[in-house]
Write a protein that binds this ligand. Structure first.
Ligand code: GDP
Ligand code: MG
Length: 671
C-alpha cells in the first residue's frame, strides 16, 4: 500500500504532537504558534509505505503568509492520497473554518478531533457521530498529547485508502454566495479540469478574486469579465465585500452544525485558568516588567546559581582529560609538533567551547518551559504595542525570540510574517538578538574581568542587543521601510503544563547541535589557527608566535580597532574567525594565547584588554555580522546577495559605532 497523507490544521492544534505519535519521530513541539515553518515527513507506523507530511500551521487556504503557500502548493501540486485534518476540539468553531476549505479540495479526508481530554475534563461534549454525518467526513476523536485514539486514527486512514469514501457534503453555501459559486463553477469547469484543480475549490477562489488561481486556470479576459460581474452582483445584494461574504457563509454554516453537535456548558478548565493567569501576565502596565523580571531570574539561575558550578565541573573534567591524553601521547612517543597540534590546537580549542554546554542547555531548559507553557505567546502579545512603535508588530517577536537561540531558524521563521515589509525588517533586526553561540564569548570575558557579576553582565549584553535593534527599527522605519506594520492577530493558546519529554527533547537538540559544531567547525578552525600561528609566511616553523602568518595578517587589521580600545592581532584574528561560527572567537583566543586553563586565559586576556576595552570588544561581538550560516539564511530569505551584503555591512557598521561609543565615552568617564 502506497500513499501520501498531508497533516493539515491550525497552528497550535497539536499537529506536531500527532505527527510524532503517528510516525514515531521526534519533531519539535511548542505551545507557540509558528513553531513549524518547514514541512517534514515520516512513515506512518503500522501502515507500510504510507508517508505523512507535517505541514506548517495555517488558518485558511488563502496565501496570506508564505507558510500558507507551502501548504496550499503541497496539496495542489503533490496530489496527496488524502488529508488528515487535525481539529482542536476546544476551539472547534475556528478550526472548522479551515476544514470547510480543505473539503473543497475534494480529496479523501479524515478529521482527527484532538484535545478531547480537555473537552471531557471540562464536562463539555461533542456528538462526534452526528458531526461526522453532517460534514460527510469520518471523524476520530483523539488526544495526541495523552496518546489516545491514535490506533483508531491509523485504522481510519487505512479504511480511507481501501474504500472510496463517501463524498464530503460540499453544499454549505446558501443564497447569493451559492448562486455565485455555482454560476462560476459552470463557466470554469473545463479549465479547472485541464489544470487539475478541484472545481469547487477553483470556483471559490474565483469568487475571492485570487490572482494565482486565475493564472493557473488560464482564465481569459472575457471570462474574467463575466466572473467579475457575477461577484459584483453578489456583493451588491449582500452589501459586503467578497471576502466577508465567503467568511460569513462558512461561519454561519459552522455555527449551525455546532449548535447541533457541540454541548458547551462552560469553557474548559484550561481556558478558565488561562484567563485568570492572563489578568496578571498580560496586564497593561505590569506585563512588560514581569517579562523582564522573569528573564532576569532565568539569567541569574542559568549563569550564576546553577550554571557556574556545572561549568566549572565540566572544565575540570575536560582539563584532566587533556592532561591525561597529553601524557599518553608523550608516552607512546608521538612527535612533539604533532602532540602540540593535538593538545594545543584541537583539544584546547574544543574544550574551551565545550565547557559552555551546561549553560546553553540550561538556558534552553528555561526557554522551553516558557514556550511550552504558552507564556511566550503572551509575551508576543504584550510586546506588540512596543514593537509597533519601532515599526514592527507582535508577530515579529516570534522570530526574534528564536533568535536568542540561533539566527538561522529565526531568519527562516520570518516566513510566518505576511507583509514583505515586516519580514525584511525583521530579518535585518533579528541577528541583534544575541544568539547562544555568543554565550561562550561573554562567559570568557566575564570570567576574566567581572567574575562576580556574571548574570548581570549577561543580562546587560542581551539588553544592549535589544536596544540597538530598537534604535535600528526606528531608523529603518523612517528611511528604508516606510509604511505600517500589519495588524497583529495571534491565538493565545491555553496555558499548559509543559511535557517533560518535549522539554528534554528541546534541550537534547540544542546540546547535539552544539557538540556537533564543537567537533566540526570549531575543531577545524582550531587546527587551521594552530598552523597559521606556528608557521611563518615562508612555511618555516616559528617559536615566536608574533612572527607567524596569523600575526602578519592580524596586525594589518588590528589598527582598525584602535578607536574601540584594543589593538592586538589576536583580538582581530578572533573576530574574523568568529564569522565561521561565533564560538570560534573563544577557541581562537585560547589557542592563540596558548591557554589550557581558565587562569592562563584570564591572565592573557588581561594583557590584551582593559576592563573597558573588554566591554567594547563584547559590544562589538554582540552586534557585528552573524556567522556564515546566518548570512546564507539571510541571503536565501531576502532573495538577494546584495541585500544580504548590505545587511551584514549595516550590522558590522552598527557594531563598530556602538563599540567605539562605549570605549570613547567610557574613557571620559573613567579618567
Ligand atoms: P502544532 O503547532 O499544531 O504543531 O501543535 P503542537 O503539536 O506543537 O502542540 C501545541 C500544544 O498543544 C503543545 O503544548 C502540546 O503539548 C499540546 N497538545 C497537543 N495535543 C494535545 C492533547 O491531545 N491534549 C492536550 N491537553 N494538549 C495537547
Ligand atoms: Mg508544529
Amino acid at each position: 500500500m502506497n500513499g501520501l497523507f498531508a497533516l493539515a490544521g491550525n497552528q497550535n492544534s497539536g499537529k506536531t504532537t500527532l505527527f510524532n505519535r503517528l510516525t514515531g519521530s521526534n519533531q519539535h513541539v511548542g505551545n507557540f504558534p509558528g513553531v513549524t515553518v518547514e514541512k517534514k515527513d515520516g512513515q506512518i507506523k503500522g501502515l507500510k509505505g504510507v508517508t505523512l507530511v507535517d505541514l506548517p500551521g495555517i488558518y485558511s487556504l488563502s496565501p496570506y503568509t508564505s507558510e500558507e503557500v507551502v501548504t496550499r502548493d503541497f496539496i495542489l501540486k503533490e496530489h496527496p492520497t488524502g488529508i488528515i485534518n487535525i481539529v482542536d476540539a476546544t476551539n472547534i468553531e475556528r478550526n472548522l473554518y479551515l476544514t470547510l476549505q480543505l473539503m473543497e479540495l475534494d480529496l479523501p479526508m479524515v478529521i482527527a478531533l484532538n484535545m478531547m481530554d480537555e473537552v471531557r475534563a471540562s464536562g463539555n461534549s461533542i456528538d462526534v457521530q452526528k458531526l461526522s454525518q453532517m460534514l460527510g467526513v469520518p471523524i476520530v476523536p483523539i488526544s495526541a498529547g495523552k496518546n489516545e485514539g491514535i490506533g483508531d486514527l491509523t485504522l481510519a486512514v487505512k479504511e480511507l485508502m481501501a474504500a472510496q469514501p463517501p463524498r464530503a457534503k460540499l453544499d454549505f453555501c446558501t443564497g447569493e454566495v451559492h448562486r455565485a459559486i455555482h454560476s462560476i463553477a459552470h463557466i470554469i469547469e473545463d479549465k479547472a479540469k485541464a489544470a487539475g484543480y478541484p472545481l469547487r475549490f477553483a470556483a471559490t477562489k474565483m469568487v475571492e478574486g485570487d490572482a494565482p488561481t486565475m493564472k493557473a486556470l488560464q482564465i481569459d479576459e472575457n471570462e474574467e469579465h463575466i466572473i467579475e460581474h457575477i461577484v459584483e452582483e453578489m456583493e451588491e445584494h449582500l452589501h459586503t465585500d467578497r471576502e466577508a461574504a465567503l467568511a460569513d457563509m462558512r461561519y454561519s454554516y459552522i455555527e449551525n452544525i455546532c449548535a447541533d453537535c457541540v454541548v458547551k456548558y462552560q469553557e474548559t478548565h484550561e481556558q478558565v485558568r488561562s484567563e485568570k493567569i492572563d489578568r496578571l501576565l498580560t496586564h497593561k502596565y505590569l506585563g512588560i516588567p514581569i517579562f523582564f523580571a522573569i528573564m532576569l531570574v532565568i539569567f541569574w539561575l542559568t549563569f550564576s546559581v546553577i550554571g557556574q558550578p556545572l561549568q566549572d565541573l565540566l572544565k575540570d573534567m575536560l582539563g584532566f582529560a587533556t592532561v591525561q591524553f597529553s601524557g599518553l601521547l608523550q608516552e607512546v612517543g608521538v612527535s612533539e609538533w604533532l602532540r602540540s597540534l593535538i593538545i594545543d590546537g584541537a583539544c584546547v580549542g574544543i574544550s574551551s567551547v565545550l565547557s559552555f554546554l551546561p549553560v546553553i542547555v540550561l538556558l534552553f531548559f528555561f526557554l522551553s518551559l516558557l514556550e511550552d507553557s504558552g507564556y511566550m505567546a503572551r509575551v508576543a502579545f504584550v510586546m506588540d504595542k512596543l514593537l509597533r512603535k519601532i515599526g514592527l508588530s507582535g508577530r515579529s517577536f516570534v522570530p526574534m525570540l528564536i533568535g536568542f537561540g540561533c539566527s538561522v531558524p529565526a531568519i527562516m521563521a520570518t516566513r510566518t510574517l505576511s507583509s514583505e515589509r515586516d519580514r525584511k525588517m525583521t530579518i535585518v533586526l533579528t541577528p541583534f538578538m544575541s544568539c547562544s553561540a555568543k554565550l561562550p564569548i561573554y562567559g570568557m570575558i566575564t570570567m576574566a574581568f567581572f567574575p562576580d557579576y556574571g548574570g548581570f553582565v549577561m543580562f546587560g549584553l542581551y539588553v544592549l542587543g535589544i536596544i540597538v535593534a530598537i534604535l535600528s527599527g526606528l531608523l529603518l522605519k523612517g528611511t528604508l521601510f516606510r509604511g505600517e506594520p500589519v495588524p497583529f492577530v495571534m491565538e493565545l493558546p491555553s496555558y499548559r503544563i509543559p511535557s517533560g519529554k518535549s522539554v528534554l527533547l528541546h534541550m537534547w537538540e540544542k546540546a547535539k547541535d552544539f557538540i556537533r559544531k564543537a567537533f566540526t567547525i570549531i575543531f577545524l578552525a582550531a587546527i587551521v589557527i594552530w598552523f597559521l600561528q606556528n608557521f611563518d609566511l615562508h612555511l618555516n616553523p616559528v617559536s615566536d608566535a608574533t612572527k607567524s602568518i596569523l600575526a602578519s595578517i592580524g596586525s594589518v587589521i588590528a589598527p582598525v580597532f584602535i578607536p574601540l580600545g584594543f589593538n592586538d592581532w589576536r583580538a582581530s584574528t578572533a573576530l574574523i574567525t568568529g564569522i565561521t561560527a561565533k564560538e570560534t572567537v573563544v577557541s581562537t583566543l585560547s589557542v592563540l594565547t596558548g591557554s589550557s586553563t581558565d587562569a592562563q586565559l584570564a591572565a592573557s586576556l588581561q594583557q590584551i584588554f582593559t576592563p573597558l576595552s573588554a566591554i567594547s570588544f563584547l559590544a562589538f561581538t554582540i552586534l557585528y555580522m552573524p556567522c556564515v550560516a546566518a548570512f546564507a539564511a539571510t541571503k536565501r530569505e531576502l532573495g538577494s546577495l546584495r541585500g544580504a551584503l548590505l545587511t551584514a555591512l549595516y550590522q558590522t557598521g552598527a557594531a563598530y559605532l556602538v563599540a567605539t561609543l562605549v570605549f570613547q565615552v567610557g574613557s571620559i568617564w573613567f579618567h
